[in-house]
Structures are given as C-alpha cells and as structure tokens.
Design a binder for this molecule. Structure first.
Ligand code: SME
Length: 168
C-alpha cells in the first residue's frame, strides 16, 4: 500500500518536489488512466493543507466534465469559457483566483471555497482538461503553488493514457 507521508517542515517548493516524486512512483507501472487520475487527486488531497476540494475536469465533446476528485460532490459539466475552470481551460493558462467572490462567473460548487487555482492539462498540444484545487480561505495559492501544481501536471500528463478515457 502506498503511504503519502508529507513532511510538514518542508518549504513549499520542497513539498511540491516531494509530491511530484511521489506521483511518479505512484503511477509507475500502472496503465489505467482512471485509476491514475483518482490516485493523483488522492495524493494531492493528502499532501496539501487548507484545501477543501481537488480534482480533475476532463474535456469531453467540447465541455468540461467532472473527473476523479476529492471533496464534496461538485457540478458535473462546465462549458469552456465559463467559471474559473472553463476560463483557464479555454485560455490554456493557469488561473490563480485569490478571492472567488471577486471572479466574475465563478461557479460555486462547494460554498466553503474562497480561493482557487486551475491548471490546464495539455497533452502534446491537445487540451485534455484541468486540475482544480479549492481552498476554504482567501489568498491560499501563491506563485509557489502555481509552480508546484504546474510541475505536478507536467509529471502527470505524459503518464496518462488520455485516449483510453474516451475523450474527444
Ligand atoms: N469553482 C469552479 C467550479 C468547480 S468547483 O470549484 C469544484 C469554477 O468556477 O469553474
């Protein structure tokens, strides 16, 4: 069994390096894309403090559809260009939102969420979805979180057999 034990004394960059290393070993030798995304969301939830939701939206037939996640049940479909997820996806750009109530069109899935980060997942030029992480406090995510989560997605993306998920 895999134990994600995170050393809380690490600096944020060190923590994210550790998490990305854990991700690589967690996915090593496993080809099932759904299982790997599920474990990636579990690893993040175990590793990050002060986070109430983390997981994936996958691009299916032109809209984002809820994928593996940790947290409260969430809205299933988000059109491209809508909300933080749809905006980050359509721009193919990481969005750090310090206060979700100040983001026009933010979609409130968990009323506890106060800040959010969305990292697009682009595999060989193809948009596959986003990683979304929510926090129950404003200003939770800084440039270290952005770099760390972008690196996490960078480790994840080539290790997922995206076509096997039936995405279009
Ligand atoms: N807040 C997101 C919706 C997804 S949930 O936070 C899980 C958005 O505005 O796109």
């Amino acid at each position: 069994m895999f134990e994600a034990s995170v050393d809380r004394s690490l600096s944020k960059p060190e923590l994210y390096r550790e998490v990305s290393r854990s991700l690589a070993s967690l996915l090593e030798g496993e080809a099932d894309a759904l299982a790997n995304l599920a474990n990636a969301s579990g690893l993040l939830a175990q590793s990050l403090e002060r986070v109430n939701w983390c997981g994936f939206y996958l691009l299916r037939a032109g809209e984002l559809v809820l994928g593996p996640f940790q947290g409260k049940p969430a809205c299933v479909r988000i059109p491209l260009g809508k909300g933080v997820c749809g905006t980050g996806a359509s721009r193919r750009e990481t969005l750090v939102v310090p206060d979700v109530n100040a983001f026009p069109g933010h979609i409130a899935c968990d009323a506890a969420s106060r800040s959010e980060i969305v990292v697009p997942i682009v595999d060989a030029g193809v948009l596959r979805g986003v990683l979304d992480v929510d926090a129950p406090e404003t200003n939770r995510f800084d440039t270290d979180d952005r770099a760390g989560l972008e690196a996490f997605v960078g480790v994840l993306t080539p290790r997922i057999a995206w076509p096997s998920l039936g995405l279009r």
